[in-house]
Design a binder for this molecule. Structure first.
Ligand code: BEZ
Length: 232
Protein backbone atom coordinates (compact mmCIF):
# COMPACT_ATOMS: atom_id res chain seq x y z
CA UNK A 1 0.00 0.00 0.00
CA UNK A 2 1.30 3.43 -0.84
CA UNK A 3 1.76 5.70 2.13
CA UNK A 4 -0.45 8.73 2.41
CA UNK A 5 1.82 11.68 2.00
CA UNK A 6 1.59 15.12 3.46
CA UNK A 7 -0.91 16.91 1.28
CA UNK A 8 0.87 19.46 -0.87
CA UNK A 9 -2.35 21.44 -1.20
CA UNK A 10 -2.68 22.00 2.52
CA UNK A 11 -5.41 24.58 3.02
CA UNK A 12 -3.98 27.85 4.23
CA UNK A 13 -4.13 27.77 8.00
CA UNK A 14 -6.57 30.32 9.38
CA UNK A 15 -4.79 33.05 11.28
CA UNK A 16 -4.46 31.89 14.86
CA UNK A 17 -3.98 34.27 17.69
CA UNK A 18 -1.59 32.55 20.08
CA UNK A 19 -2.26 34.16 23.41
CA UNK A 20 0.07 33.78 26.34
CA UNK A 21 -1.36 30.97 28.48
CA UNK A 22 -0.99 30.71 32.21
CA UNK A 23 1.49 27.91 32.90
CA UNK A 24 0.21 24.78 34.54
CA UNK A 25 2.13 23.51 37.53
CA UNK A 26 2.27 20.24 39.40
CA UNK A 27 -0.68 19.96 41.74
CA UNK A 28 -2.94 22.15 39.57
CA UNK A 29 -6.29 20.89 38.30
CA UNK A 30 -5.96 19.76 34.69
CA UNK A 31 -8.25 21.96 32.55
CA UNK A 32 -11.30 20.20 31.14
CA UNK A 33 -12.10 20.64 27.45
CA UNK A 34 -14.16 19.35 24.54
CA UNK A 35 -12.35 18.79 21.26
CA UNK A 36 -12.58 16.67 18.09
CA UNK A 37 -10.43 13.59 17.82
CA UNK A 38 -9.85 10.55 15.65
CA UNK A 39 -12.33 8.76 17.96
CA UNK A 40 -15.01 11.47 17.79
CA UNK A 41 -15.55 14.48 20.05
CA UNK A 42 -13.84 14.07 23.43
CA UNK A 43 -15.10 15.62 26.64
CA UNK A 44 -11.87 15.20 28.53
CA UNK A 45 -13.04 14.63 32.12
CA UNK A 46 -15.84 12.35 30.95
CA UNK A 47 -13.45 10.42 28.70
CA UNK A 48 -10.98 9.97 31.59
CA UNK A 49 -13.63 8.66 33.96
CA UNK A 50 -11.73 7.37 37.00
CA UNK A 51 -8.58 6.48 35.07
CA UNK A 52 -5.22 8.18 34.98
CA UNK A 53 -4.39 9.99 31.73
CA UNK A 54 -1.33 10.83 29.66
CA UNK A 55 -1.96 13.83 27.39
CA UNK A 56 0.89 14.50 24.95
CA UNK A 57 1.32 16.96 22.09
CA UNK A 58 3.15 16.86 18.76
CA UNK A 59 4.42 19.66 16.53
CA UNK A 60 2.59 18.55 13.36
CA UNK A 61 1.15 15.67 11.33
CA UNK A 62 3.23 13.87 8.69
CA UNK A 63 6.50 14.40 10.55
CA UNK A 64 8.98 11.58 11.12
CA UNK A 65 9.65 11.74 14.86
CA UNK A 66 5.95 12.14 15.68
CA UNK A 67 5.14 9.13 13.50
CA UNK A 68 7.53 6.96 15.53
CA UNK A 69 6.18 8.35 18.81
CA UNK A 70 2.55 7.56 17.96
CA UNK A 71 3.56 4.07 16.82
CA UNK A 72 5.49 3.51 20.04
CA UNK A 73 2.56 4.57 22.22
CA UNK A 74 0.21 2.34 20.18
CA UNK A 75 2.49 -0.67 20.78
CA UNK A 76 2.76 0.19 24.49
CA UNK A 77 -1.01 0.61 24.93
CA UNK A 78 -1.41 -2.71 26.82
CA UNK A 79 1.17 -1.44 29.36
CA UNK A 80 -0.81 1.78 29.88
CA UNK A 81 -4.06 -0.21 30.12
CA UNK A 82 -2.55 -2.49 32.79
CA UNK A 83 -1.86 0.61 34.92
CA UNK A 84 -5.38 2.01 34.30
CA UNK A 85 -3.97 4.89 32.26
CA UNK A 86 -5.68 6.29 29.15
CA UNK A 87 -3.46 7.90 26.53
CA UNK A 88 -4.44 10.77 24.25
CA UNK A 89 -2.29 12.61 21.70
CA UNK A 90 -2.71 16.11 20.28
CA UNK A 91 -1.61 17.78 17.10
CA UNK A 92 -2.81 21.15 15.86
CA UNK A 93 -3.64 19.82 12.40
CA UNK A 94 -7.23 19.10 11.29
CA UNK A 95 -8.99 15.76 11.60
CA UNK A 96 -8.75 15.16 7.86
CA UNK A 97 -4.93 15.15 8.11
CA UNK A 98 -4.97 12.93 11.21
CA UNK A 99 -7.08 10.35 9.37
CA UNK A 100 -4.64 10.18 6.46
CA UNK A 101 -1.64 10.13 8.79
CA UNK A 102 -3.13 7.23 10.79
CA UNK A 103 -2.77 5.11 7.64
CA UNK A 104 0.94 5.90 7.48
CA UNK A 105 1.36 5.09 11.16
CA UNK A 106 -0.31 1.70 10.76
CA UNK A 107 1.75 0.97 7.67
CA UNK A 108 5.17 1.97 9.02
CA UNK A 109 4.95 1.34 12.78
CA UNK A 110 3.38 -2.10 13.01
CA UNK A 111 0.47 -0.83 15.12
CA UNK A 112 -2.82 0.92 14.44
CA UNK A 113 -3.47 4.26 16.10
CA UNK A 114 -5.43 2.67 18.96
CA UNK A 115 -6.01 5.78 21.09
CA UNK A 116 -7.52 9.19 20.27
CA UNK A 117 -5.49 11.92 18.61
CA UNK A 118 -7.01 15.35 19.25
CA UNK A 119 -7.45 17.55 16.19
CA UNK A 120 -6.67 20.85 17.88
CA UNK A 121 -6.66 23.02 14.77
CA UNK A 122 -8.11 25.97 16.72
CA UNK A 123 -5.35 25.54 19.40
CA UNK A 124 -7.99 25.42 22.14
CA UNK A 125 -6.33 22.65 24.14
CA UNK A 126 -2.82 23.79 23.22
CA UNK A 127 -3.59 27.18 24.75
CA UNK A 128 -5.18 25.71 27.86
CA UNK A 129 -2.13 23.52 28.50
CA UNK A 130 0.51 26.05 27.39
CA UNK A 131 1.81 23.71 24.69
CA UNK A 132 2.88 26.50 22.32
CA UNK A 133 6.20 28.07 23.25
CA UNK A 134 6.43 31.03 20.85
CA UNK A 135 10.19 31.38 21.16
CA UNK A 136 10.57 27.78 19.94
CA UNK A 137 7.87 27.98 17.23
CA UNK A 138 5.19 30.59 16.65
CA UNK A 139 2.19 28.29 16.16
CA UNK A 140 3.17 24.61 16.56
CA UNK A 141 3.01 22.76 19.83
CA UNK A 142 6.22 21.54 21.45
CA UNK A 143 6.40 17.96 22.74
CA UNK A 144 4.51 18.41 26.01
CA UNK A 145 3.47 15.57 28.29
CA UNK A 146 1.05 15.72 31.21
CA UNK A 147 0.34 12.83 33.55
CA UNK A 148 -3.02 13.45 35.23
CA UNK A 149 -4.38 11.39 38.10
CA UNK A 150 -7.99 10.21 38.56
CA UNK A 151 -8.72 13.33 40.67
CA UNK A 152 -7.72 15.37 37.56
CA UNK A 153 -4.61 16.71 39.28
CA UNK A 154 -1.50 17.30 37.15
CA UNK A 155 1.22 14.98 38.48
CA UNK A 156 3.99 15.30 35.86
CA UNK A 157 4.82 17.86 33.20
CA UNK A 158 7.64 17.45 30.76
CA UNK A 159 8.61 19.35 27.65
CA UNK A 160 10.83 18.08 24.88
CA UNK A 161 12.09 19.87 21.80
CA UNK A 162 10.67 19.03 18.38
CA UNK A 163 13.88 17.28 17.31
CA UNK A 164 13.92 14.75 20.17
CA UNK A 165 11.51 11.82 20.33
CA UNK A 166 10.35 11.01 23.84
CA UNK A 167 11.13 7.93 25.92
CA UNK A 168 7.73 6.41 26.69
CA UNK A 169 9.24 3.71 28.90
CA UNK A 170 10.24 6.59 31.18
CA UNK A 171 6.59 7.69 31.34
CA UNK A 172 5.57 4.17 32.41
CA UNK A 173 8.32 4.26 35.03
CA UNK A 174 7.01 7.58 36.42
CA UNK A 175 3.46 6.19 36.50
CA UNK A 176 4.73 3.14 38.42
CA UNK A 177 6.48 5.46 40.86
CA UNK A 178 3.43 7.72 41.31
CA UNK A 179 1.07 4.80 41.84
CA UNK A 180 3.44 3.18 44.34
CA UNK A 181 4.24 6.33 46.30
CA UNK A 182 0.57 7.40 46.45
CA UNK A 183 -0.04 4.17 48.34
CA UNK A 184 3.06 3.71 50.48
CA UNK A 185 5.23 6.00 52.60
CA UNK A 186 8.16 5.68 50.22
CA UNK A 187 9.81 7.53 47.36
CA UNK A 188 11.75 6.07 44.43
CA UNK A 189 15.47 6.84 44.01
CA UNK A 190 17.40 7.90 40.92
CA UNK A 191 17.00 5.54 37.98
CA UNK A 192 14.66 3.30 40.01
CA UNK A 193 12.86 0.56 38.17
CA UNK A 194 9.87 -1.43 39.42
CA UNK A 195 11.01 -4.17 41.78
CA UNK A 196 14.11 -2.33 42.97
CA UNK A 197 14.65 -0.94 46.46
CA UNK A 198 12.97 2.32 47.46
CA UNK A 199 13.63 4.94 50.13
CA UNK A 200 11.49 5.56 53.21
CA UNK A 201 10.00 9.06 53.46
CA UNK A 202 11.99 11.24 55.88
CA UNK A 203 8.71 12.09 57.70
CA UNK A 204 8.38 8.44 58.86
CA UNK A 205 9.98 7.86 62.26
CA UNK A 206 12.00 4.68 62.82
CA UNK A 207 9.43 3.17 65.20
CA UNK A 208 6.75 3.59 62.51
CA UNK A 209 9.13 2.31 59.80
CA UNK A 210 9.73 -0.86 61.85
CA UNK A 211 5.98 -1.62 61.61
CA UNK A 212 5.43 -0.44 58.03
CA UNK A 213 8.38 -2.26 56.48
CA UNK A 214 8.57 -5.75 57.92
CA UNK A 215 11.24 -6.63 55.33
CA UNK A 216 13.52 -4.27 57.28
CA UNK A 217 15.58 -1.37 56.03
CA UNK A 218 19.17 -0.19 55.86
CA UNK A 219 19.84 3.15 57.49
CA UNK A 220 22.75 4.81 55.67
CA UNK A 221 21.86 8.15 57.25
CA UNK A 222 18.88 9.06 59.45
CA UNK A 223 17.28 10.58 56.31
CA UNK A 224 18.41 7.83 53.92
CA UNK A 225 16.74 4.51 54.69
CA UNK A 226 16.51 1.87 51.98
CA UNK A 227 13.92 -0.88 51.92
CA UNK A 228 12.67 -3.47 49.43
CA UNK A 229 9.74 -2.24 47.35
CA UNK A 230 6.56 -2.89 49.35
CA UNK A 231 3.68 -4.81 47.76
CA UNK A 232 5.80 -6.97 45.46
C1 BEZ B 1 9.26 15.39 13.68
O1 BEZ B 1 8.28 15.01 14.31
O2 BEZ B 1 9.95 14.62 13.04
C2 BEZ B 1 9.68 16.82 13.74
C3 BEZ B 1 8.74 17.83 13.88
C4 BEZ B 1 9.14 19.14 13.90
C5 BEZ B 1 10.49 19.45 13.78
C6 BEZ B 1 11.44 18.43 13.67
C7 BEZ B 1 11.03 17.12 13.64
Amino acid sequence: MRAATAPTDRPAAPPIEVRPSPSLRLGDKAPDFTQDSTQGPIRFYEWMGDSWAVLFSHPADFTPVCTTELGTVARLKPEFDRRKVKVIGLSVDPLFFHEQWAGDIAETQGAELNFPLLADADRKVAQLYDMIHPNAHATETVRSVFIIDPDKTVRLIHTYPASTGRNFDELLRVIDSLQLTDDQKVATPANWKPGEDVVILPSVRNDEADKLFPGGYRELKPYLRITPQPNR
